[in-house]
Design a protein around this ligand. Structure first.
Ligand code: MG
Length: 167
């Protein structure tokens, strides 16, 4: 088995909606970035690539490439998923933390879990997501930024993985 970790931080700007976990959440601020700024999916990508020793999201999607401007992070996550599978690994589980002062993530957690599981092609029970505030202090607490962390576990793909239904 292989374990990987991912971390990302993005600045927040005025105006919503908030793109997080592959979808839009109603909010009065949004994440800034060269791509769509989805800090959670970027942490998941880095955990998967890290577990397979395939580099990181910046290497796979350089911010110097105009094609990556505003790019959908869901599409980037699927590319990372495929890259990991191509070198012989399958995803056992991922565990994520989003650090955000606002909005409360609990009401959106299940939707994000289902979306990430769908993007990865795994059962939702393999995707864990937790939200943490920063107690009002520091750049996250002052709503200047959000951060995310992810741990991913990979196992060797089975011979018949491609023909085995996910459920
Ligand atoms: Mg990022």
């Amino acid at each position: 088995m292989r374990v990987g970790i991912g971390h990302d931080t993005h600045r927040l700007g005025a105006g919503g909606p908030l793109r997080l976990g592959g979808g839009d959440i109603p909010h009065d601020r949004h994440l800034l970035g060269h791509s769509d700024g989805d800090v959670l999916l970027h942490a998941v990508i880095d955990a998967l690539l890290g577990a397979a020793a395939l580099g990181d999201v910046g290497q796979m999607f350089p911010d110097t490439d105009p094609a990556n401007r505003g790019r959908d992070s869901g599409e980037m996550l699927q590319a990372a998923r495929d890259a990991v599978a191509a070198v012989g690994w399958r995803i056992v589980n991922i565990d994520c933390i989003v650090h955000a002062q606002r909005p409360r993530l609990l009401p959106h957690r299940q939707t994000m879990r289902l979306r990430i599981a769908d993007l990865l092609g795994v059962d939702p029970e393999r995707v864990s997501l937790k939200g943490k505030t920063a107690e009002g202090i520091g750049p996250i607490g002052q709503e200047q930024a959000m951060a995310a962390e992810c741990a991913a576990l990979l196992a060797p793909r089975e011979e018949d993985d491609s023909t085995t239904p996910i459920h």
